[in-house]
Design a protein around this ligand. Structure first.
Ligand SMILES: Nc1ncnc2c1ncn2[C@@H]1O[C@H](COP(=O)(O)OP(=O)(O)O)[C@@H](O)[C@H]1O
Ligand SMILES: [Mg+2]
Length: 152
């Protein structure tokens, strides 16, 4: 079993703090796969990562629900935020520029849609709702060497 870190996120600020820690570790070629059901907080988390990585708390981060991808120029290089829920099939990934995007940083919602193109060296962030309305549980795996730095 690869190591997994489980973090309880009691509120939004805990989610944002985890996102900021991740932002500080990101570099070109990284893939972050955001798993979890609708409303788990995948977009909220991606938005917080991008804002922290940009050093701009007001950075516009529109949901890629319909465009499927939104791209950013961060100090760490290009970053691409994907939401693959509406992806038709792996061929659609080609059209979205997946290969080129992988040279930078990718944050992916609904990574199940990647099929065999899912990067083997990705950080997996699985978010799940808890009983309390604004609480979430995050399970982090992958990224052996850098994983520990994500724990609070
Ligand atoms: N601790 C938390 N972490 C993440 N999101 C939270 C948290 N508490 C409340 N939320 C809210 O839950 C909603 C999650 O929506 P969203 O990020 O769009 O989910 P998803 O992209 O997984 O479908 C947002 O409105 C967000 O503000
Ligand atoms: Mg979303």
């Amino acid at each position: 079993m690869p190591p997994t870190i489980t973090l309880d996120l009691p509120d939004l600020s805990a989610t944002h703090a985890l996102a900021a820690r991740l932002a500080g570790l990101l570099r070109a070629g990284d893939a972050v796969l955001l798993e979890g059901p609708l409303g788990a907080g995948k977009s909220e988390f991606a938005r917080a990562v991008l804002r922290a990585a940009a050093g701009d708390p007001a950075l516009e981060v529109p949901s890629p629900t319909f465009t499927l991808v939104q791209s950013y120029d961060l100090p760490a290089g290009p970053a691409h935020h994907f939401d693959l829920y509406r992806l038709d099939g792996p061929e659609g990934l080609d059209e979205l520029g997946w290969e080129e995007a992988r040279e930078g940083i990718v944050l992916v919602e609904w990574p199940e849609r990647l099929g065999s193109l899912a990067p083997g060296d990705a950080l997996h962030v699985a978010l799940a709702p808890l009983a309390e309305e604004n609480a979430r549980r995050a399970q982090l795996s992958g990224w052996d060497a850098r994983l520990a730095a994500l724990a609070a």
